[in-house]
Design a protein around this ligand. Structure first.
Ligand SMILES: *[C@@H]1O[C@H](CO)[C@@H](O)[C@H](O)[C@H]1NC(C)=O
Ligand SMILES: *[C@@H]1O[C@H](CO)[C@@H](O)[C@H](O)[C@H]1NC(C)=O
Length: 412
């Protein structure tokens, strides 16, 4: 009996150790903490797969638990006044400094778009709430955190359009005056899928000649920028990295457009390009846009071009058009569309499937004459900036936050 318990205990321990342990590069700090954190994400992902398989709840419905556990009710504190409002029908959380300078003094503003692959996340998650408060107090700025609607309940372009409507509403003289915001000092910013939305909306506003008030800056934190080549060196190198393995990123991409699994399968195989999208592959040719050092040991081969999505053309025309839409893939525009974009801050992480998306945008924006600050974290992993809350608080998150805020202070 005792021996039996011991054997059971040892078996359980080794199973747990096996489950938690996974090869994480030596360079990454606080590796064990990351392994433990990631084992939670992996378990949830397995549970979500199982739930979908059994027809209980779809995958993203289960993954949404990540958002739920971190949700807080944003309330005012001694420095920051927080209100929940609707801008043109879209929910926003508005953070304003309580300490007024002189009444006539105008303040800076940051429009923030949370991450979560367009399917998860909320401006009301504690890491976003904390970041907003920090931005308000350190910059004496107004922060507008947008609660855009999510896929798969709302596929592209709904999340983008929600963001666009909020930005258009905010960038009106009367509205800015109401919050004492300086029309010349407004930035848009976001992490991951939020960085995607920030880049896309920045491009859209520059195209509109009737848009009098323009953004001064865009701060993109490990942004997602293109859906055409899901086999860049960073996708290959980091396909099993914690937090955002390649499978999950491909899942986010496909769910953004459709719940039809045919697109997911085609994207996994990188065979989702069609004759229409293939003319845009030149904009994401990493062999041309990544500095040599990021090629690693990989050799460029252009993604396959297939008639219909992965040979499953039925009903896939719409999503196939969408993933080549620059509002979903901001890298897919000619240089002329990048010229005169607001100056940019782009953060990338070495251990991130999205590393090369960010670096390609750095190259392309610079070539178009846009001022870019590129901050690359050699030991960074995807999502790191958001790990600021105990027990999943990481040292690197603090460094990233400080550097990001510093850039905004100096450039906005
Ligand atoms: C990609 O870029 C490289 C280097 O500029 C070039 O030699 C190659 O022809 C390009 N390939 C495609 C498919 O655009
Ligand atoms: C890339 O090409 C070089 C030279 O042809 C070859 O030695 C290397 O093995 C290739 N790398 C991969 C990952 O296939």
């Amino acid at each position: 009996m005792r021996l039996g318990s011991i054997i059971l205990f040892v078996a359980l321990c080794s199973f747990t150790a096996y489950y938690i342990y996974e090869p994480i590069p030596e360079e990454i700090e606080e590796r064990w903490k990351l392994m433990l954190t990631n084992s939670f994400f992996r378990s949830l992902s397995h549970l979500a797969d199982l739930s979908e398989l059994l027809g209980l709840k779809d995958y993203m419905g289960v993954m949404y638990f990540i958002t739920v556990v971190e949700k807080v009710v944003p309330v005012s504190d001694e420095h920051v006044q927080v209100t929940e409002e609707r801008f043109d029908g879209v929910e926003v959380v508005l953070y304003q400094p309580k300490q007024w300078g002189s009444d006539s003094e105008l303040r800076r503003a940051v429009i923030y778009l949370h991450g979560g692959g367009w399917c998860l996340g909320s401006s009301r998650m504690s890491p976003y709430d904390l970041l907003a408060r920090k931005t308000v107090t350190e910059l004496d700025a107004v922060v507008l955190s947008v609660e855009y609607r999510l896929a798969p309940a709302h596929h592209f372009p709904v999340p983008y359009e929600d963001v666009y409507r909020v930005v258009k509403h905010f960038l009106q003289k009367g509205v800015l005056a109401q919050y004492s915001v300086d029309p010349g000092r407004i930035a848009v910013s976001g992490d991951s899928a939020g960085g995607n939305l920030a880049a896309a909306v920045s491009q859209q506003l520059r195209k509109e000649h009737g848009q009098q008030i323009q953004l001064k800056a865009q701060a993109l934190i490990y942004p997602v920028l293109q859906a055409l080549d899901l086999n860049t060196p960073s996708y290959q190198q980091n396909q099993d990295m914690p937090i955002l393995p390649r499978t999950l990123m491909v899942r986010f991409w496909s769910e953004y457009f459709t719940s039809d699994k045919a697109l997911f399968r085609a994207m996994m195989a990188n065979t989702h390009n069609n004759p229409e999208s293939s003319s845009l592959l030149k904009f994401v040719n990493w062999s041309a846009f990544l500095p040599e050092t990021y090629h690693r040991e990989y050799n460029y081969s252009a993604p396959a071009v297939v008639q219909g999505v992965g040979g499953e053309a039925v009903g896939m025309e719409e999503p196939s058009r969408s993933f080549a839409d620059p509002r979903a893939s901001p890298l897919l525009v000619p240089d002329a569309a990048l010229r005169s974009l607001p100056k940019a801050y782009i953060m990338t992480c070495e251990y991130d499937v999205l590393r090369d998306d960010g670096i390609m945008y750095v190259t392309r924006l610079r070539a178009a004459g846009v001022e870019v600050t590129h901050e690359h974290y050699d030991t960074g992993f995807h999502g790191a900036l958001m790990f600021t809350v105990w027990p999943t608080d990481f040292l690197i998150a603090r460094r990233m936050t400080d550097n990001y805020i510093k850039w905004l202070k100096e450039n906005l």
